[in-house]
Write a protein that binds this ligand. Structure first.
Ligand code: ZN
Length: 247
């Protein structure tokens, strides 16, 4: 086998073990694996942010839309007693249980107002058609002090976010040539609808009135190193312990 392009030992935040991290491809975002759990950097970054901002996550009500197999989703499922995963299943209403899978459309969640402590999404927001509806539904269903913690590739960085596709008269209209990401369900691919930039925080605020932070972590001791692994946190009010003392 070829020599790895990057190899280091450290502590994996998704399996909570001392491990080796290794990559055989320079695109670390999808290829810098934990030797124990197989997680990738964005999953480890997300779990680290959850641990840091919500250290009592095991006792919280957590909803994750479209969880991945393994990685942070597995850790949340294993250790949080109120973890509710859901999938978007076109043609079914939010709240429906289809073969043991809860269906939730992020644009129209079935959860009551102020019922969720933490919404988690991993690389989902770049595939939604009505971002404002999603941000407003997340805000509606979060408890006070709740958060939405997510990964989303902010590929446009300091350039404005740009719509790639939209729905017009029930048909997809392509504004840019179609780009797809892999999807564990359905036909195996998801259309990218938005190229997000750092101004995603402004879009979230305009749609929901909630503030967000973009957190970028580069910490090789946790195997968190790659392009486009910012973690976005949206806060519904601040918990007391999060108040910043800077006057
Ligand atoms: Zn691991």
């Amino acid at each position: 086998m070829d020599e790895p392009v990057l190899k280091s030992s450290g502590h994996c935040t998704t399996c909570d073990k001392d491990v080796e991290f290794v990559a055989y491809n320079t695109w670390l975002r999808d290829n810098f694996f934990c030797s124990n759990c197989g997680s990738i950097p964005r999953q480890r970054a997300l779990m680290y942010v959850i641990e840091t901002y919500l250290p009592n996550w095991r006792n919280l009500i957590i909803h994750e839309s479209s969880p991945g197999t393994g990685g942070a989703s597995q850790r949340l499922a294993n250790e949080c007693s109120h973890y509710y995963p859901s999938q978007y299943l076109p043609g079914y209403e939010s709240g429906a249980m289809i073969e043991g899978v809860q269906c939730e459309n992020l644009e129209e969640l079935s959860f009551p107002d102020r019922s969720i402590d933490l919404h988690v999404t991993q690389d989902v927001l770049e595939h939604i058609f009505h971002p404002s509806k999603v941000f407003s539904e997340i805000a509606r269903t979060l408890k006070n002090g709740g958060m939405h913690i997510c990964t989303v590739p902010l590929v446009n960085k300091n350039k404005p976010s740009k719509l790639r596709a939209r729905i017009v008269n029930n048909e997809i209209e392509y504004i840019e040539p179609p780009v797809y990401h892999g999807n564990p369900i359905g036909d195996g691919r998801s259309l990218v609808t938005v190229d997000w930039g750092f101004d995603v925080c402004q879009h979230i605020f305009e749609a929901s009135g909630l503030f967000s932070q973009i957190i970028y972590i580069d910490d090789i001791s946790k195997g968190i190193r790659a392009e486009c692994i910012e973690v976005l946190i949206t806060f519904k009010g601040l918990r007391k312990e999060q108040k910043n003392e800077i006057p």
